[in-house]
Design a protein around this ligand. Structure first.
Ligand code: BMA
Length: 308
């Protein structure tokens, strides 16, 4: 990507945003937080679209270069309206995160009901038919990301249970993707820092030579409301509860108009990344809960900032 701008470690593409509601071929309120995957050289992003009634669902957009996406004519996954999932998804489905594991694509997402937010899991082969595996958390949990490999023989996920006013990143394990336990805290907000109010996993962990790279979001509360920034942490490959390093500074912060102004201002909310063969990370993020943007950085630089 030749043309870049910005002051953060991640460089925005100068033609951001890459998708707005004007690119969606039906009426909606916004298109934002998305998750990318490359299949046979094609970039596919599963995007969150908020309908005008206020509930979200998912759609697909595709392209050949990871930048110029076209949204498909119809949504790919709607909240269940009948069967056992209808209650849990009655107020929509949000923030999909795709992980390809043992040849299967899994989407971890947030199910929203009158009782709150839950982590839900589905699998898909074609990104159009989704096999719901389960509602895999209690209420008050979101930002679930599945590791792309089993760890010590078990599936693993990061998530963000919220209790007593504290939102930290936790890890849980599962033998079958349905039953989860052995939960432990991984890392927490840092008092007075840019991630002092709450944090949550953003991208599914990326395996590197130095450990699992977790690109996460950190929130600072100000007198004008929250600011959502992007940070990076490195977790031990064998024991991901062990934090080997964590960026002191954010790697991306709201600065441009499209990040400052929107339905929720001052939000850069990453939820997926592609590591290219040349070592460049393409980071996909929602801007102000109103559009989708892309920014790039070198994987090596992002790893280095975890150990600053
Ligand atoms: C988080 C999630 C995201 C959203 C962000 C900023 O809690 O709900 O979907 O983008 O807040 O509003």
């Amino acid at each position: 990507m030749a043309e870049v701008m910005g002051r953060d470690l991640f460089h925005r593409w100068e033609r951001n945003p890459i998708l707005t509601l004007h690119d969606v071929p039906y009426r909606c309120n916004t298109v934002f937080n998305c998750t990318p995957v490359v299949v046979d050289g094609e970039y596919i992003i599963m995007v969150r679209i908020e309908g005008q009634q206020g509930f979200s669902f998912f759609a697909l957009a595709r392209c050949g270069d990871g930048l110029h996406f076209e949204v498909e004519p119809a949504p790919c996954m709607l909240p269940a309206t009948e069967g056992p999932y209808a209650l849990w998804e009655e107020n929509g489905i949000e923030d999909p995160r795709l992980t390809t594991l043992e040849g299967t694509h899994y989407v971890m997402y947030t199910a929203v009901s009158r009782y709150g937010h839950y982590i839900a899991l589905a699998s898909t082969e074609d990104f159009h038919t989704f096999n719901r595996i389960g509602i895999i958390s209690g209420p008050g949990n979101k930002d679930g990301v599945l590791f792309p490999e089993k760890i010590n023989g078990l599936y693993a996920r990061l998530d963000r249970p919220f209790g007593n006013g504290v939102g930290s990143i936790w890890i849980s394990y599962s033998p079958d993707l349905v039953n989860w336990g052995e939960s432990e805290i991984v890392f927490s907000p840092r008092p007075r820092y840019w991630d002092s109010y709450r944090i949550g996993a953003s991208c599914p962990p990326i395996k590197t030579d130095r450990g699992w790279l977790e690109i996460y979001h950190g929130v600072k509360m100000t007198s004008a409301g929250p600011i959502y920034r992007v940070g990076a942490a490195m977790l031990d490959l064998e024991n991901p509860t062990k934090v080997l390093g964590r960026s002191l500074a954010p790697v991306l912060s709201p600065r441009e108009r499209y990040e400052r102004i929107g339905d929720v201002g001052n939000v850069t909310f990453a939820s997926g990344a592609i590591v290219e063969d040349d070592g460049e990370i393409k980071l996909y993020y929602g801007a102000a809960d109103t559009s989708i943007c892309v920014a790039t950085a070198s994987l090596d630089e992002v790893i280095a900032t975890c150990f600053n």
